[in-house]
Design a protein around this ligand. Structure first.
Ligand SMILES: C[S@@+](CC[C@H](N)C(=O)[O-])C[C@H]1O[C@@H](n2cnc3c(N)ncnc32)[C@H](O)[C@@H]1O
Length: 341
């Protein structure tokens, strides 16, 4: 797919996921690319980038970072994340002027992949953990900053008004669940993540990175990210700099708790051999599980519910001993809500 088509496709994705600002900006960037404007010069080296490189999100994230750092001049007045108000025409003019006036600054972040750690996906994780109940050793691959490892510190308010999690939590997910949500009482006794490019949520650079990739007109996502960053500064957990298969190889089931391997929206980034290695190791962990040392694989990944059907974000839980596989529900792309079946 050429870059203009990829940017237009991104516009559709932003519209579907509730960001009219980014949907409109992507369309304007695509027009500007076709017209040979400042976007064309900036993205000249990215013309043949494959779709997963998400060039539009790289550009938007880089500009948002300049806004957050107060390096984007007049453009900040149009960014809701810093108190501005988006206006499609005037906002686009200021955006294009920034690309034309500060191409070097904008280019600084074009070579890095977008890094999003979506706190809302905790609704899917917690639907799974509440299905299991009891003590849980939580292992996550593709953790980014590890904010989902803090899922038991968030407050979940279901569509029926019932709530779970600390009432004073700075993160409130609402509606966390629609439909018949599970009611178990999980207790996370260990939390370990891994990522090939972990983000440190306790550093200024890490916080800037995570904030820059949250879409500026989605203030509810900024609010829950702020809350999660606040918790990350206080709750101990570990994210190792290692690939998914390396972490999974190091896990063993242990007596007295369910060992859970969890991941969300990361499987597509694993090379085929690594996917095969992780899948094989999951089989080994399942075979090694016993009633006193159970193992579970919990995932939120885009999958086809039936052959030929469109992709959906399915919440899937497989448990051992036995290997029973259950689709617990379907989540929105950013997690909230998870519809429980
Ligand atoms: C789209 S982000 C999702 C982050 C997090 N799971 C979430 O849902 O918010 C995908 C993450 O996978 C990581 N990743 C990519 N390849 C990986 C690999 N081979 N092993 C571990 N993590 C990987 C990326 O660095 C990135 O942090």
């Amino acid at each position: 797919m050429d870059l203009v088509a990829a940017v237009r496709q991104q516009a559709g994705g932003c519209a579907r996921l509730g960001s009219p600002m980014y949907a409109g900006l992507c369309d304007r960037i695509a027009d500007d690319l076709e017209a040979g404007g400042p976007s064309a010069a900036l993205l000249a080296d990215h013309r043949d980038a494959p779709g997963p490189d998400a060039v539009a999100l790289r550009l938007l994230g880089s500009v948002h970072r300049l806004v957050l750092e107060r390096r984007a001049g007049a453009l900040a007045a149009y960014y809701p994340s810093v108190g501005g108000t988006w206006e499609p025409d005037a906002g686009w003019t200021a955006f294009r002027d920034l690309l034309a006036d500060q191409p070097g600054a904008v280019a600084e972040w074009l070579d890095r992949p977008p890094q999003t750690n979506e706190v809302g996906r905790a609704t899917a994780l917690m639907a799974g953990l509440r299905t299991l109940g009891g003590p849980v050793r939580l292992f996550e691959i593709g953790s980014s900053a590890g904010l989902l490892l803090l899922a038991d510190h968030y407050r979940y308010v279901a569509e029926d008004g019932s709530a779970w999690g600390p009432a004073a939590s700075p993160v409130v997910l609402r509606p966390a669940w629609t439909g018949p949500a599970p009611r178990g009482e999980p207790r996370i006794v260990e939390r370990v993540g891994s990522d090939v490019m972990p983000v440190d949520p306790r550093s200024t650079e890490g916080r800037l990175t995570l904030t820059a990739y949250v879409w500026p007109d989605q203030l509810h996502r900024h609010e829950r990210l702020r809350g999660a960053l606040d918790l990350a500064a206080r709750v101990p957990y570990e994210v190792r700099r290692q690939g998914a298969s390396e972490l999974v190889d190091s896990i063993e089931p242990a007596d007295g708790a369910t060992t859970v391997l969890w991941h969300s929206v990361m499987w597509q980034y694993l090379p085929g051999e690594e996917q095969a290695a992780v899948t094989a190791r999951i089989g080994e962990l399942g075979a090694a599980a016993t009633p006193s040392a159970p193992f579970a694989h919990l995932e939120l990944e885009p999958q086809r519910p039936r052959p030929g059907a469109p992709h959906e974000f399915l919440v899937v839980l497989q448990t051992w001993p036995g290997g029973e596989r259950r689709v617990l529900g379907t989540a929105a792309g950013h997690g909230v809500p998870t519809r429980c079946d």
